[in-house]
Design a protein around this ligand. Structure first.
Ligand SMILES: [Zn+2]
Length: 206
């Protein structure tokens, strides 16, 4: 069964959301795109889950709209609560805060979860935020703002940590992926990231 990935860019936040489709089902990763806009990119698939890579506003703001519209749960690291509950920590400047987490299923550490027909491996990858999580589906890893095609995510925001960033980059390096999708910008290949990860691990470890 072949899997397709659609990258949808938020017009006002410039963050990526992804629709991963297979056999009439879809998973949505990150939620910076309005629900009606994301719906336009669905092709009749049943959305079985929403995954969040971290709790910053530009990746999480519409997650509960998706959960309500599609009747599914939101999966994220448990540490995301602290970010979503506080508009200073999610950088929405007072616009966005979650007070009811009944739509959420929290994940901790590394593991695997079956969502509809999808096998999703999840990995705790803090560094850019305390609640960073990466998801491996098929041969594609979704890392949020941990690393991009041209650099790493910011370390100066609340909960950013250089030591954790290095550990998370090493974890990504050890995983069996072919394509890396980031929270902003274009995807990158395994070959590209071999060099990129090595460079940034060395740079941050000095
Ligand atoms: Zn971020």
């Amino acid at each position: 069964m072949s899997m397709t990935i659609k990258r949808v860019i938020s017009k006002h936040l410039e963050s990526n959301s992804f629709i991963v489709s297979q056999a009439g089902e879809a998973i949505i990763i990150d939620a910076g795109v309005e629900e009606d806009e994301i719906s336009k990119h669905l092709d009749g698939e049943k959305v079985v889950a929403v995954l969040l890579t971290h709790g910053h506003y530009d990746h999480a703001v519409y997650a509960q709209d998706y959960a309500r519209a599609f009747g599914c749960k939101i999966y994220a690291a448990e540490g995301i609560k602290e970010y979503l509950a506080d508009s200073d920590k999610n950088y929405s400047e007072g616009h966005f805060k979650v007070s009811n987490f009944s739509d959420f299923c929290f994940l901790n550490g590394d593991g695997k979860v079956k969502l509809g027909g999808f096998d999703v491996a999840y990995f705790s990858t803090p560094g850019h935020s305390k609640c960073g999580m990466s998801f491996l589906i098929g041969d594609t890893i979704f890392v949020g703002d941990l690393i991009f095609s041209q650099g790493t995510g910011r370390l100066d925001l609340y909960g950013g940590d250089k030591t954790q960033m290095v550990e998370s980059l090493k974890k990504v390096q050890s995983l069996d992926f072919q394509i890396l999708e980031s929270g902003h910008g274009e995807p990158s290949t395994r070959a590209w990231q071999e060099r990129n990860l090595k460079t940034f691990i060395r740079f941050l470890s000095r």
